[in-house]
Design a binder for this molecule. Structure first.
Ligand code: ADP
Ligand code: MG
Length: 667
């Protein structure tokens, strides 16, 4: 007699539950998705003890017919797929028919539902996968599913649950983010009878972001608007067919990206604030994560992450969601197209909006998720949904295959470095020299646009006289430098208030974009050394050197091996002083060591350029005259990304007229 047997359904369901139901938040996710698929407009989530004791989701969706309600607990029972062809274009959130039987096998579950087509509803009770009761009941329309004592019959899984607070945090974050994806619906989350989230329908995602996070957070975000792109036509395809083989149909809709991203100054230490929705489904995806990081590359320090709420819509056939039982992963049919579309869309928007940090928002500030005073607090919003955060550090996809050559549109043009390029005299991170005069004011006429003209007869500012704050760095070219603080920061007056610019990082950004451009054009300015500089390398450095020798050459270093573990530098980028050469070479080898492990060649190139720019830029504790300051501000205004230096530090801070007036209690 054979030894293989088919497992009973009850066992199979419990096995499936192992993958589908990882924790209380996974139950909430499956039930919410079912409600959304059922067309619900009002979704209410109640939990007790972080979802361990009770999870109840009530919706006003289509409800289920009595026969369907019974069938729903069979394995692979679904109303969302008919045949295998449907799998190729899934437009519902569910499709596997696994969630209800899985959840019912590891909890005590009660389903109450009524379809509009029937006059009475159905109540079904199941415990540990066994049907206890099925009866008619007088119920309103829609569905309510109550899940009690999750994992009561799976002690091993129960042990792995975290504290109630942590589990609640996962649920709250999940509910918050689903509410962001569906601004036209009501979402309520109640935990032990206190309300954590309560949002009513609004017309746009922007308004929903405001409802959930408050106006202060909204101000710190950049709205992506709507970015669209069609798949390019394949070279040999018939006209209008796109990149598709003969038997395939071209997608009927373009790829569309909307959502919100944070300004580069908002830096988070993990990926918990990154949310991707693909066709309305919350997913984690390495390709999209990589695209997001790539768009912030050289705008943000490498170990920091932005806040991102991104919605990608595309033809359902372009994305395979049947990758993992929990449906949190997807595979794109045209992955590298999607990657570049998302990366370029975000980067272009960041460049367009040139967001500047204001004084109320210092460097490294995190979006707290706490709304501004006066707006409705939503404590749940601050909580991480870290089911999506146990993510894959250092496991980015092989980037070369994903990333095409990056071209910076409209980079600052001149090839030559400015006339006053100064040789570095101190390492870039030197401390401030406080012996310098604290403030040096340039002589000249006072900034124009006097507020005094607008005072009303009480000497107050009429509300309409106060300019709307200009958060964008596009105003930089209009700034008038007033002087320096500690010979390190330029103070400038603008149309809307006061600006402080870090002279070193500003110049670094200008040079960085020049060097990148020169590199792309293959004409990096080099300077031959009178005597070759001989540098001794460690064995590791020797290996890294061999790997990136071509890159070094393309960046303006002419080097050659010179005996055992020794190289000779014969020429170097013109902007770098000979005293710095050895240091910068070691710095680049160090970048190569860490970059080559995970990042793309493109990132390595950009980091080499950043290193060169940093060494060549004017330093802090350096006196600048008015003409130089003026040049610096104008050149900065002409860069693509005047908001942060290539290492991600902010360049300019803005104190708006409104903030100044507020500080003096004039408004
Ligand atoms: P799937 O969502 O993959 O189809 P589920 O096990 O989650 O599988 O649900 C099984 C079926 O039960 C669904 O296909 C749907 O027809 C029905 N169903 C589940 N939840 C609801 C609900 N809230 N409202 C209406 N129908 C539902
Ligand atoms: Mg489902």
């Amino acid at each position: 007699m054979g030894r293989i047997r088919i497992l009973p359904d009850q066992v199979a369901n419990k096995i499936a539950a192992g993958e589908v139901v990882e924790r209380p938040a996974s139950v909430v996710k499956e039930l919410l998705e079912n409600s959304l698929d059922a067309g619900a407009r009002d979704l209410r989530i109640e939990v007790e003890s972080g979802g361990r004791r009770l999870i109840r989701i009530t919706d006003d969706g289509s409800g289920m017919l009595r026969d369907d309600a019974l069938l729903a607990f069979e394995r692979h029972a679904t109303s969302k797929l008919r045949d295998v062809k449907d799998l190729l274009s899934i437009s519902t959130l569910g499709f596997r028919g696994e969630a209800l039987p899985s959840i019912a096998s590891v909890s005590r579950l009660m389903l109450e539902t009524r379809s509009a087509e029937e006059t009475t509803g159905t109540r079904i009770e199941i415990a540990g996968g066994k049907m206890l009761r099925c009866e008619e009941a007088a119920l309103g329309g829609g569905t309510s599913i109550t899940v009690r004592d999750l994992f009561y019959n799976v002690p091993a899984r129960k042990k792995f649950l975290r504290t109630e607070q942590t589990e609640l945090a996962h649920i709250a974050s999940l509910a918050t983010h689903y509410s962001l994806a569906h601004p036209d619906k009501t979402f309520r989350l109640i935990s032990n009878s206190s309300e954590l989230l309560d949002v009513t329908p609004v017309a746009s995602t922007r308004e929903r972001v405001y409802q959930v996070f408050g106006s202060q957070v909204l101000d710190e975000l950049v709205d992506l608007g709507q970015r669209e792109k069609e798949l390019p036509a394949a070279p040999n395809a018939a006209p209008g067919r796109g990149a598709f083989a003969e038997e395939e149909e071209a997608p009927t809709q373009p790829f569309r990206l909307t959502g919100f991203i944070s300004r580069p100054q908002v830096q988070k230490s993990n990926r918990n604030s990154i949310y991707f929705f693909v066709n309305g489904r919350l997913i984690r995806d390495r390709l999209l994560l990589h695209a997001l990081s790539a768009s912030y590359h050289n705008l943000m320090p490498s170990a920091s992450y932005p806040f991102a709420l991104l919605f990608l819509e595309c033809d359902a056939r372009e994305v395979d969601v049947n990758v993992h039982p929990s449906k949190t992963e997807v595979r794109f049919r045209h992955g590298s197209f999607v990657h570049d579309f998302v990366r370029d869309g975000i980067r272009e928007r960041l460049i367009e909006s040139r967001p500047a940090p204001s004084f109320s928002m210092g460097h490294g500030r995190e979006i707290s998720g706490r709304p501004a005073p006066g707006s409705e607090p939503q404590p749940g919003a601050a909580l991480p949904y870290s089911e999506f955060s146990g993510m894959i550090e250092n496991e980015m996809p092989a980037a070369e295959s994903l990333i095409a050559e990056q071209t910076l549109a409209g980079a600052a043009d001149s090839g030559a470095l400015p006339a006053f390029t100064l040789r570095p005299t101190a390492p870039p991170d030197a401390r401030f020299d406080f012996s310098a005069p604290p403030i040096e004011v340039m002589p000249g006429p006072p900034p124009s646009g006097k507020l005094s003209r607008r005072l009303d007869r009480h000497g107050e500012f009429p509300a309409d006289a106060i300019p709307a704050p200009e958060m964008s760095l596009s105003v930089l070219s209009d700034l008038r430098p007033l002087g320096q603080i500690h010979e390190s920061f330029i103070i400038a007056a603008g149309r809307d208030g006061l600006w402080i610019i870090d002279q070193h990082v500003a110049h670094e950004r200008i040079l960085f974009e020049q060097v990148i451009k020169q590199r792309a054009a293959g004409r990096v300015e080099m300077q031959r050394l009178l005597m070759p500089l001989i540098v001794q390398l460690t064995p590791e450095q020797q290996i890294d050197y061999a790997r990136i020798a071509d890159e070094l050459h393309a960046s303006g270093f002419e080097t050659e091996p010179f005996g055992n573990r020794t190289i000779a530098i014969k020429a170097a980028p013109a902007a770098i002083g000979p005293a710095d050469l050895e240091k910068i070479l070691f710095e680049i080898l160090e970048i190569a060591e860490s970059e080559l492990r995970g990042a793309s060649l493109d990132d390595l190139r950009r980091d080499i350029c950043a290193s060169i720019a940093c060494r060549a830029a004017i330093k802090i504790n350096m006196r600048l005259d008015a003409a130089k300051m003026d040049w610096l501000l104008k050149a900065l205004a002409a860069t693509d990304c005047p908001m942060s230096c290539p290492h991600g530090r902010p360049i300019a801070m803005h104190y708006s007229t409104r903030e100044i007036l507020k500080a003096f209690h004039r408004i």
